[in-house]
Design a protein around this ligand. Structure first.
Ligand SMILES: [Zn+2]
Length: 207
């Protein structure tokens, strides 16, 4: 990228024909047992790939789950060390935060790529530029079902997931609280989407 990346460069849709019923599920704030474990079991059963946007302190607390996420073939994103609002920090502080998180991930899974950055709260400041300098592209979203606290029941989340657009990146959470409703909603929605002709994918760096 010749010029400094900005908001125009964040990923909200995967690279696919605009009409393709393709969707990318992303899960933030983990790893977080037991919800992440149940989610991984579900995604493995359904053979659905996803992006896991990891928080550094959670990585340090649950390295075995990070290994499983990678072993199961999912894609990693850096979601900061402890979910601070990076827009409030200087570029150097953002760099230190994201590098610390990368180091924690690579201490567990040295060979796993971390192609994406997801901003806590979707607040960017200088973080898009700093993430790019560290080799990560910023992953935004087309649809947020607002499964954070107070977490709505699964049937509400299922209804909101009806807002997925072709190629859309969907923001969900496996951490930050009790995410059993999210896992249940994903469990219900995968077969429905498949029946309607949707396929599941993950974003690419050039997407
Ligand atoms: Zn988050």
């Amino acid at each position: 990228m010749e010029n400094a990346p900005g908001l125009a460069d964040v990923i909200r849709f995967v690279a696919a024909p605009a009409t393709a019923r393709t969707v990318a599920l992303t899960f933030d704030d983990g790893p977080n047992p037991p919800d992440t474990v149940e989610l991984l079991d579900l995604l493995a059963r359904e053979q659905v790939p996803a992006v896991f946007c990891l928080v550094g302190v959670q990585v340090a607390a649950h390295p075995d789950l990070v290994r499983r996420i990678v072993d199961d073939g999912h894609v990693l994103a850096n979601h900061s060390w402890r979910h601070d609002d990076l827009a409030q920090l200087s570029p150097d502080a953002v760099r230190a935060d994201l590098q610390r998180t990368l180091d924690a991930i690579h201490a567990v899974v040295p060979d796993a790529p971390v192609p994406f950055f997801r901003a806590p709260f979707g607040h960017y400041g200088q973080a898009i530029v700093v993430a790019a300098e560290l080799g990560m592209r910023t992953l935004d979203w087309q649809l947020a079902v607002e499964d954070w606290d107070p977490a709505p029941p699964a049937d509400v989340l299922v209804e909101r997931l009806g807002g997925i657009e072709p190629g859309g990146v969907v923001l969900l959470h496996d951490g930050g609280g009790d995410r059993s409703a999210t896992v249940e909603a994903v469990r219900r929605v995968i077969p429905r989407l498949r029946a309607d002709g949707w396929t599941f994918t993950v974003p690419r760096l050039d997407g």
